[in-house]
Design a binder for this molecule. Structure first.
Ligand code: NAD
Length: 330
């Protein structure tokens, strides 16, 4: 049995080798993403996995179908890059890796919360200038005395709620579909506004949809406590970045940690040192005193990298053996 794996990074090679041995399957590695130029390499293989963030022209589905390949196993949660109708028309199953390590994102959320309330960015700046004085601007607060609001209480939201709860914070939650598992760690409120007005930290963990585009805008920030913090590890489009900066400048809230930015696509994940950033709004985010920005890195742990690759290969094998997979999205 032979699988072809596109867009494999060096750090993943060891994981692939281990999986090959465990399953007695050969995996051919291609470093690039799947494209019209390299799709012919898939000829003769039984299955295919990739991690695309570049769109796939529709003729690729036709070609894969003509090679007898039945699936593209996408190694990420997102699959909006695919034309699911075109794939289905050509008998190509698209699968994703929806859940790989919610704990990784939850632990990063906790890290951001602690960095915000212990003023780590400010302390670091002062330390770099050899200012080692103790002053109220850098006095921290205790999580155990705070209320944390979780918006979106699915896999990641409830994992974050569990951590905050374990450290003694009161945790409130809002979800369009509340679930019993989350209720172990948080108390549901009827509306987002109800959560926000009582919270010292508001953390977003819902998917981006048409309905919540720029849902966190100036009007919403008016309902925050002036001493509260926003954490956005969900998707950039949920927050109106311009409004957030105005709200921070007008002291409607105290600070924000953003792991996502609404127009990050052109810059993340990429080394921009030579080309620079030409998006003025993004530059303003990076230079804002009250914003701690990280480049969509909340998920990025050894466990996530291992699980994404392993689950991606598992579903490829599942389709080869059974003709379908539980991770199918079309
Ligand atoms: P999930 O599907 O398990 O949970 C999402 C929850 O949000 C569900 O309970 C759903 O009912 C709820 N929801 C949907 N729309 C809502 C709305 N408008 N308001 C309130 N709640 C709403 O998903 P998950 O695995 O917990 O992931 C959540 C999000 O985290 C993903 O959609 C993704 O955008 C983001 N994410 C970020 C990273 C990162 O590295 N920063 C990594 C993975 C996922």
């Amino acid at each position: 049995m032979k699988i072809i794996a596109y867009h494999v990074r060096d750090e993943e090679l060891e994981i692939v080798e281990k999986w090959e041995k465990e399953h007695n399957v050969d995996v051919k590695i291609v470093k690039d993403q799947l494209s019209s130029e390299n799709v012919h390499l898939a000829k003769g293989f039984d299955g295919l996995t990739t991690s695309q963030n570049k769109p796939i022209p529709n003729d690729i589905y036709e070609k894969l179908n003509s090679y007898g390949i039945k699936q593209i196993s996408q190694r990420s949660a997102g699959y909006d890059i695919y034309d699911l109708k075109a794939a289905s028309k050509n008998n190509i199953i698209i699968s994703n890796v929806a859940v790989y390590s919610p704990e990784s994102i939850a632990e990063f959320t906790l890290t951001q919360a602690l960095m915000l309330i212990r003023k780590v960015k400010e302390i670091e700046e002062r330390t770099n200038e050899e200012n080692f004085s103790w002053q109220p601007e850098i006095q921290g607060r205790l999580l155990a005395e705070m209320t944390v609001g979780i918006i979106g209480t699915g896999h990641i939201g409830r994992s974050a709620a569990k951590l905050f709860n374990a450290l003694g914070a009161k945790v409130l939650g809002y979800d369009i579909y509340p679930n019993d598992k989350a209720e172990e760690y948080l108390e549901y409120k009827e509306s987002i506004e109800d959560v926000i007005k009582h919270s010292d930290i508001v953390s977003l963990h819902m998917p981006a949809t048409e309905d919540n585009f720029h849902q966190f805008n100036y009007e919403m920030f008016k309902q925050f406590k002036a001493t509260a913090y926003l954490i956005n590890n969900a998707r950039g489009s949920i927050v109106d970045t311009k409004d957030l900066m105005s709200a921070l400048d007008d002291n409607l809230l105290a600070g924000a940690a953003l792991d996502t930015y609404e127009r990050e696509g052109a810059y993340v994940p990429r080394d921009n040192r030579e080309t620079g950033i030409s998006d003025d709004l993004f530059k303003a985010v990076l230079n804002h005193d009250k914003i701690m920005y990280t480049p969509h890195i909340a998920y990025y742990t050894n466990v996530s990298v291992r699980n994404i690759m392993t689950i991606g290969l598992d579903s490829t094998l599942e389709v080869i053996k059974t003709g379908d997979t539980k991770n199918r999205v079309n």
